[in-house]
Design a protein around this ligand. Structure first.
Ligand code: ATP
Ligand code: MG
Length: 251
């Protein structure tokens, strides 16, 4: 549904005195398939968000091309920090309805659709009359997902959307994304640093390192059978975390 061909984003950093060019993303090529969950992992600064922003059109590649098989199909993004994309003085129903109103839908019809979307993302309906500060972090991400769904996206890009949530809420949001993928017939590009969560979630995974793709393939194949030392180190770092969690809980 979308193919990246040698996509790069380089920053020349001329303004900085000792600035060297930064190859935030360098010659990345892969295809996103319809109806798949594609996870993007890699250490901080490896270029994941830059790549995501180019895919949704928030940034332009410095070279290479991104070709969409259905140019009119909507691509929507959900961010790590929901507060930055929500007006604190608006009620939740108006926040979710905003894209519909902007696309000239009648207010009454838009609000009816909002209730349906709230059900889709399993938000209690009484939340709709509240303000963002009166919602939990998990609820705010459901609200952001509902707002993204107003545009019936063919691709949802989720950049660390569960990173600020505790693991049980994270698992619920991932479960929701799995069910929405099939119900809505969309693909999901899911960026996370919690690698331990994706093995039964993502269909495929790409590992980024210094702006390049280090490994790409079926999730279990990449996570457990990759020849890449970097990927193994990432896996070791997260299994180490798991071990430490196990020890502390048995105390
Ligand atoms: N506007 C910019 N100007 C210069 N360099 C930038 C700019 N934006 C990002 N970078 C650099 O590009 C690289 C990739 O950044 P990016 O935010 O894509 O990483 P990331 O993988 O999303 O990291 P994280 O896991 O911390 O979110 C980093 O070295 C970053 O410092
Ligand atoms: Mg990022």
């Amino acid at each position: 549904m979308l193919s990246l061909n040698q996509v790069s984003k380089h920053y020349d950093n001329k303004k900085m005195r000792r600035g060297k060019p930064v190859k935030a993303v360098h010659e990345v090529s892969f295809e996103l398939q319809p109806n798949e969950i594609f996870a993007l992992i890699g250490e901080s600064g490896s270029g994941k968000s830059t790549l995501a922003e180019m895919i949704v059109g928030l940034q332009k590649p410095t070279s290479g091309s991104i070709i969409r098989s259905e140019p009119s199909a909507s691509i929507q993004m959900v961010f790590q920090n929901p507060d930055r994309s929500m007006n604190p003085y608006w009620r939740i129903k108006d926040i979710i309805a905003e894209p519909l109103i902007l696309s000239k839908r009648k207010k009454q019809a838009a609000l009816e659709q909002v209730s349906q979307l709230a059900e889709k993302v399993k938000l209690p309906l009484d939340i709709l009359d509240r303000y963002p500060t009166e919602c939990s972090g998990g609820q705010k991400q459901r609200i952001a997902i509902a707002r993204a769904l107003t545009m019936s996206p063919k691709l949802l890009v989720a950049d660390e959307i569960t990173s600020a949530l505790d693991p049980s809420i994270e698992a619920e949001i991932m479960q929701l994304l799995l069910s929405l993928k099939d119900a809505e017939g969309m693909s999901i590009l899911y960026i996370t640093h919690r690698i331990e969560t994706i093995s039964r979630f993502a269909d495929r995974v790409a590992v980024m390192r210094n702006g390049e793709i280090e490994a790409l393939g079926g999730t279990n194949e990449v996570l457990f059978h990759s020849s890449s030392a970097y990927t193994k180190a990432l896996m070791y770092a997260c299994s180490y975390e798991d071990n430490s969690r196990d020890t502390s809980s048995s105390e």
